[in-house]
Design a protein around this ligand. Structure first.
Ligand code: PGA
Length: 252
């Protein structure tokens, strides 16, 4: 009942020309692939081009971040209204690189999440512990806190499109993937916290995806865990061939 979702986070890679060249190669490779949802997250400068090019295909695209207000004197920001106006369907919120380098707080993630629901943008809320927190036994506390803050005051009636990405900070871009049982355990904690905040029924239908050094070689094993509903792929999404191999992971 939870359709798997494979997302490509392009971070600060690819000009518009490079993004379109990627799509020329990639779209035929995944044409007709219906088992999983496919969503790309290009940079803001490529997003409009990508959204135009994927019209009528099985690929969707979203923004890597957004502001929570509709407009205002916020230099460098893009609003939910602006994203919706270019037919953007998804938005990523609270990625650890945003939390670290742009000082995004749990409160901001919460405001952005409410704004996403208010504009019919499907949100992917990213959570995850640092290595230090894992080593000191605080993984569960961190995950529960991040989820509780993100969902603070969110009405269950509007939250049916919620997607959560569990991305242990120590596994991002490092080549060291969390083990399937570590991920399964983290996803179980997250689902329980979502149930406490917005109800069991919604928690059961919320997709929780994993991110952190996902490659064609490990995608099948990761996706075989019962609580893992997809993947958020950084480095492995930059090359069309590699990303399409991840999307076509063998089903266990
Ligand atoms: P990675 O990045 O796949 O390069 O580890 C994942 C992410 O940051 O979303």
């Amino acid at each position: 009942m939870r359709k798997p979702l494979i997302a490509g986070n392009w971070k600060m890679y690819k000009t518009p020309r490079e993004s379109l060249a990627f799509l020329e190669a990639f779209l035929p490779m995944v044409e007709g692939h219906e088992r999983d949802e496919i969503v790309l997250f290009p940079t803001m400068s490529s997003l409009g081009y990508v959204l135009d090019r994927i019209q009528g295909t099985n690929v969707r695209a979203g923004a890597q971040t957004m502001h929570w207000m509709n407009e205002g004197p916020y230099t460098g920001q893009t609003s939910p209204t602006m994203l919706a106006s270019i037919r953007c369907t998804h938005v990523m919120l609270g990625h650890s690189e945003r939390r670290i380098y742009a000082h995004e707080t749990d409160d901001m993630v919460n405001w952005k999440l409410k704004a996403a629901f208010g504009h019919d943008l499907t949100p992917i809320v990213c959570v995850g512990e640092t290595l230090d927190k894992r080593q000191t036994g605080l993984t569960e506390a961190v995950l529960r806190w991040q989820i509780a803050c993100a969902l603070n005051g969110v009405e269950r009636e509007v939250a049916s499109s919620l997607i959560i990405a569990y991305e242990p900070v120590w596994a991002i871009g490092t080549g060291s993937t969390a083990t399937p049982s570590q991920v399964q355990e983290a996803h179980r904690i997250i689902r329980r916290e979502v149930a406490e905040r917005i109800g069991q029924e919604l928690a059961d239908s919320t997709r929780i995806i994993y991110g952190g050094s996902v490659k064609p070689e490990n995608a099948g094993t990761i996706m075989s865990q019962p609580d893992i509903d997809g993947a958020l792929v950084g480095g492995g999404s930059l090359d069309p061939e590699t990303f399409s191999r991840i999307i076509k992971y063998p089903k266990a």
